[in-house]
Design a protein around this ligand. Structure first.
Ligand code: FAD
Length: 383
């Protein structure tokens, strides 16, 4: 129990945990090999109301808070981090589309999203770099009632499996920086789009890849937010996803810890259970403490969001701390299993899976710059 989760949220989490244990966990290892996101599971998640439950009912959501999204997210990630990308992308893009989209265009997409019938990627990073995101170069040019899109997006999660993508491109000059960027919702079946899948270290069921745009015509009604304001308006959605990513990776760490505590209490060496040795139990106790604390920080960020209070610093803290900590936790847990931990299996897959979030959605350095700017002021912390 904790002050952020009431009985209803705990019951929702329990429901998601039962579903995930029964329907998602059994295919965890297999999906790493096939590298295919199971659309059947995605549909079931939608049927259960587990995808973007925070969205308003007119958009197919349940009108629940961000904390509800958080408790579901944790349970899905506990079973398979790749599958929980469905929830992550839906909550991030759901917020962007519902706040900044033309209702007649985005409503059908949001309905499909929450039903588990559509997957929407988010495309910001380009081959020339991701940290300096406002410096992007993909061209978006107005031509009558359309925009014409040319360029490449790189390292995009679900690039080859998504049905549409929220794409950021340059409508203004390069010198205009963040103030010359426009966001579009682009269906992936439009003429002129090709895609390529990368061979990823982890998160292989969702995967990453490149999107190539060659004279792709997108109606202006598919614009999200105002022209040249896409970056400034839409980046706010990332506070939500950063707190969710924290919960996502910490859930994997918690699963690893739970299994490791059981294992070290059973496994014998030198006539005692492994846990009798402080060299085994104290590092686990240390990491367990930090996982509890980091989880509370993530819940705090979502709670602040639900209260309409600023939470950008907390969200950035979640995003740098939780992935680093989760990697340390799973690494330590793997070592506690001895040679068995090094075999292909859940522990090494978890290690590969959580590592990606030390980079994806912004690195620790960028998160710390965000925190420093919020604390010391932007003028005192130039890029
Ligand atoms: C698993 C995964 C999923 C991803 N999913 C998506 C997605 O869905 N959509 C999307 O758009 N992108 C996605 N990305 C891309 C990701 O957002 C970028 O990789 C990330 O922002 C870093 O950009 P970069 O790789 O170009 O590194 P660079 O920007 O080239 O940075 C390289 C290194 O330099 C450091 N660095 C850069 N600038 C500074 C600075 N000012 N101060 C200190 N250090 C600095 C960085 O922290 C990093 O360690 C994903 C990446 C991964 C690994």
């Amino acid at each position: 129990m904790n002050p952020y989760l009431d009985d209803d949220l705990i019951a929702l989490g329990d429901q998601a945990r039962r579903f995930a244990a029964e329907r998602i966990a059994p295919g965890f290892l297999e999906r790493d090999k096939t590298r295919v996101l199971d659309r059947g599971i995605m549909k079931e998640l939608g049927d259960m109301g587990f995808i973007a439950p925070e969205l308003a009912e007119i958009f197919g959501g349940l009108g629940l808070g961000s904390l509800a999204a958080g408790v579901i997210h944790e349970e899905i990630a506990r079973a398979d981090l790749s599958i929980s990308y469905i929830n992550l992308l839906a909550s991030l893009n759901g917020q962007i589309l519902s706040h900044h989209g033309n209702p007649s265009i985005v409503k059908p997409w949001l309905t499909q999203l929450t039903r588990g019938e559509a997957l929407i990627a988010i495309a910001l990073t380009e081959p020339r770099g991701g940290s300096d995101a406002a410096n992007l170069r993909l061209r978006i040019e107005r031509d009558g009632d359309d925009y014409v899109v040319n360029g490449e997006k790189s390292s995009i999660s679900a690039a080859d499996q998504a049905d549409a993508a929220v794409v950021f491109g340059r409508t203004g000059t390069v010198e205009a920086g963040a103030h010359g960027v426009t966001a579009l919702l682009i269906p992936m079946d439009l003429p002129g789009i090709t895609r390529r899948r990368f061979d990823c270290h982890g998160q292989r069921a969702i995967g990453r890849g490149s999107l190539f745009f060659e004279n792709v015509r997108v109606p202006i009604s598919y614009r999200l937010g105002d022209e040249n304001k896409g970056f400034v308006q839409v980046m706010q959605g990332f506070d939500f996803s950063r707190a969710l990513i924290g919960l996502q990776v910490l859930a994997v760490a918690r699963a690893a810890l739970d299994e490791t505590w059981s294992y070290v209490a059973e496994r014998q060496a030198f006539g005692r259970p492994l846990s009798a040795f402080q060299g085994v139990s104290h590092p686990l106790a240390d990491l367990d403490t930090q996982v509890e604390a980091a989880r509370l920080l993530c819940l705090q960020a979502l709670w602040l969001k639900d209260k309409g209070a600023p939470h950008s610093a907390e969200a950035a803290m979640c995003k740098w701390w939780a992935p680093k900590l989760s990697y340390e936790v799973v690494h330590q847990c793997l070592l506690m299993f001895g040679h068995g931990g090094y075999d292909r299996g859940v522990m090494e897959q978890r290690l590969r899976d959580v590592l990606g979030f030390q980079i994806g959605d912004g690195t620790a350095q960028i998160m710390k710059t965000i925190i420093a700017r919020l604390r010391a002021g932007r003028a005192a912390v130039p890029a």
